[in-house]
Design a binder for this molecule. Structure first.
Ligand SMILES: C[S@@+](CC[C@H](N)C(=O)[O-])C[C@H]1O[C@@H](n2cnc3c(N)ncnc32)[C@H](O)[C@@H]1O
Length: 291
């Protein structure tokens, strides 16, 4: 379990203003809807009492997060016996707190969410206050995950849509492992190469991140090597997609989630079937027999 109470390197950390959930409780649905509307956009659909909801950007995005839940969050819960009861969860690149809230709903004792974007963190604070989550169970901080010293211990680290936003994957894995976590959940863009490599890529919105936006995208084999380096095993998770809207990158096998663990038994997790070893240009493998 974690050591709690330690707020880490305060010089590198800013927290969004904490909204008193008591004052929100007093707030009527109209006021909450107004606060939601004050943000330029929302990437997630959140629903609150009284029919209040965040404006969903499009149906594909809503479906994407529902499918991602099936892809990596349900397997995470299965690994922990169906509940995160009593677990401490670190959510790196937490954005508006969608997965942090999923962890709280699954029983997590405490969630720390880190993100660079103060606007995303203010959304997370609003969501958690409007959902009346006990403030002792969470904290959101503005921090660069590659610069912020994480001094607390965690049972689970969520690294969702973040590894492909940073230039130092080896360092990120070391930082995640140093939290003592039993399990890391990593959802990332991936290279389709069969070798253990990183593809050099550039972020579409480089202005939002430190540095020049150059990032390293791991292949599946590179993910296994990153995990091995911190004494973990790594399972590429099966995609149980029921609807592909908003899931093009997963469908093209350019994104996948992995669960890495030191001692937990990963054998029960449904794995992604091994990708074909045929070159991409071979449409009909029978054609090869005549070569
Ligand atoms: C693609 S979003 C993923 C959000 C969420 N984890 C998910 O998977 O639904 C990436 C998030 O990581 C944050 N981010 C990017 N680079 C970061 C860094 N170096 N440190 C902390 N947060 C970062 C961005 O602000 C953004 O909220």
């Amino acid at each position: 379990m974690g050591i709690g109470g330690d707020r880490g390197d305060s010089s590198a950390v800013r927290s969004p203003a904490r909204l008193a959930s008591a004052s929100l409780r007093a707030m009527d649905s109209e006021e909450l809807q107004e606060r939601i509307g004050a943000f330029a956009s929302w990437d997630y659909l959140f629903e609150f009492n009284g029919g209040v909801r965040t404006p969903a950007r499009d149906r594909g995005r809503v479906n994407r997060h529902a499918q991602r839940r099936n892809h990596f969050f349900e397997p995470l819960l299965a690994l922990f016996g169906g509940t995160l009861q009593g677990r401490r969860v670190l959510d790196l690149g937490c954005s508006a707190g969608f997965w942090a809230l999923a962890a709280i709903d699954a029983g997590a004792e405490f969630v720390l969410g880190l993100d660079l974007s103060l606007e995303h963190l203010e959304q997370a604070e609003l969501v958690f206050a409007a959902k009346h989550v006990d403030p002792a169970r969470y904290r959101f901080e503005q921090a660069d995950v590659l610069a912020h010293e994480i001094r607390e211990e965690f049972d689970v680290v969520l690294c969702l849509g973040l590894l492909d936003h940073i230039p130092k994957p080896v360092e990120l894995f070391e930082r995640m492992a140093a939290t003592g976590a039993e399990a890391l959940v990593v959802d990332t863009a991936i290279s389709r190469s069969r070798a253990s490599i990183f593809e050099v890529s550039r972020l579409y919105k480089a202005a939002d991140v430190p540095g020049d936006g150059l990032v390293l995208i791991p292949s599946r084999a590179a993910m296994a090597d990153l995990a091995r380096r911190v004494d973990m095993r790594c399972v590429p998770l099966a995609l149980n997609v029921t609807h592909w809207a908003g899931m093009q990158d997963y469908r093209r096998r350019r994104r996948l989630a992995f669960i890495c663990a030191r001692t937990l038994h990963l054998e029960g997790l449904a794995r992604e079937p091994a990708p074909s070893t045929l070159p991409w240009w071979v449409k009909d493998p029978r054609a090869l027999t005549s070569v």
